[in-house]
Design a protein around this ligand. Structure first.
Ligand SMILES: *Cc1c(COP(=O)(O)O)cnc(C)c1O
Length: 395
């Protein structure tokens, strides 16, 4: 089908929840994709931080097709090998005790909120179910995770929202203390706020927050849906913050392109979920789990070192462009935000870049780069050249 044919069917049959770029992607290789008309694009998006191994990685494709041929699904009332292998890899490399597998970020966060509320209920009974989250956070699109999201624009239309969330300012411990109370069971944060604009939390704030949580027996919940699985240059971002969270959620990049995610529990809450208290039909799906094992096996120390180096390279190159429409860069590893200055919006800049062959994202007021972790130097340089030429030509 041509782009126009696809657009016509989309317009007729798909609910218009996305403002899409006018490109229909057909296939990819590495960090390069081609649209249905054969035009080539460098990918600085990985879906949205999902295709960590890029497109058609030979090991990923093999792991997925072999598992699909063997066992595509079995319900959670039976054991199977792929999900325990994935769990062993995640836990042994993060100092976390156990995991519940889900299918998406929002669902993983729902699990994490349930875990925190039940932990508190088991110890203290009712009335201690409030979770403090941060302004500019993003935790998902279900009714509860929308309520958890600390951005007013998301608290619309879908009333009534789940109660039990209060919002504090990032990097401001006083603000957390101000909204605290006897009804609080947990604090939930992204260590680098992704959708909010690629805003890393301060090391000192996070360490003090962890101490405060410890003191009050609040669980420290870290949403690593975007920052996790190598994106920031360590397996999890919390490993660069010198803290050990009580629970960690992950999704996006974990299975390199298939729906997968979950919530991991530390010592304090390893026994909170018991038979019948949580579950999901697709969670721990064998094909997704086999893909996750392959992703995790490739993300060894050398690979993660490479992620940190590529992230620094991209940021240096972008800052070196010295373009009037771009300001500072920020982020961690290969999760990079670029400030946008001047008349044009981030969306307008992104549209021009896509038109010229570079897939890129926006976040907050800026541009956001989440390239496949396997992107080569040559692909980075081609993407950077498109940025330099496209944005340099703007008046
Ligand atoms: C994307 C994202 C989510 C939601 O994940 P879905 O898979 O879209 O449900 C939650 N939290 C963070 C930090 C995210 O970046």
């Amino acid at each position: 089908m041509t782009l126009e044919e696809i657009k016509a069917l989309d317009r007729q049959y798909i609910m218009p929840t996305y403002s899409r770029f006018p490109v229909a992607v057909d296939h990819g290789q590495g960090a390069t994709v081609w649209d249905v008309e054969g035009k080539e694009y460098i990918d600085f998006t990985s879906g949205i931080g999902v295709n960590s191994l890029g497109y058609n990685h030979p090991l990923w494709t093999r792991a997925v097709s072999e598992q699909a041929a063997k066992l595509g699904h079995i319900c959670n009332l039976f054991y199977s090998e792929p999900y325990v292998r994935a769990a062993e890899r995640l836990c042994s490399r993060s100092g976390i005790c156990n995991v519940f597998f889900a299918n998406s970020g929002a669902e993983s966060n729902e699990g994490m909120i349930k875990l925190a509320r039940k932990y508190s209920f088991d110890r203290y009974g009712k009335g201690r179910g409030t979770v403090i989250t941060l302004n500019k956070s993003f935790h998902g699109r279900t009714i509860t995770t929308l309520a958890a999201t600390g951005q007013e624009v998301f608290h619309n239309y879908f009333y009534p929202f789940t109660e039990g969330f209060r919002y504090a300012d990032a990097n401001d411990l006083d603000s957390v203390e101000e909204v605290a109370g006897h009804d609080v069971c947990a604090v939930m944060v992204e260590l680098v706020q992704g959708e909010g604009g690629v805003l890393p939390l301060d090391q000192e704030f996070v360490r003090k927050l962890a101490q405060l949580c410890q003191k009050r027996d609040w669980l420290l919940l870290v949403d690593e849906v975007q920052t996790g699985i190598g994106r920031t240059g360590t397996l999890f971002a919390f490993q660069q913050y010198g803290i050990q969270p009580d629970a960690v959620s992950f999704a996006k990049g974990v299975a390199g392109g298939l729906p997968f995610g979950g919530v991991m529990a530390g010592e304090k809450c390893r026994d909170v979920f018991t038979a019948g208290t949580h579950g999901t039909t697709f969670g721990g799906n064998p094909v997704s789990a086999a893909a996750a094992c392959q992703v995790l096996d490739l993300l060894d120390d050398d690979f993660l070192q490479g992620v940190r180096e590529k992230g620094s390279y991209l940021r240096e190159q972008i800052e070196g462009m010295d373009l009037p429409c771009l300001g500072e860069t920020r982020g961690l590893g290969m999760m990079i935000g670029v400030e946008v200055r001047g008349e044009r919006t981030n969306r307008e800049l992104a549209e021009k870049l896509v038109e010229n062959g570079l897939l890129i994202l926006t976040a907050g007021q800026g541009l956001r780069l989440l390239p496949p972790l396997v992107i080569t130097r040559e692909e980075m340089d081609r993407g950077l050249a498109i940025m330099r030429e496209t944005l340099g030509a703007l008046t």
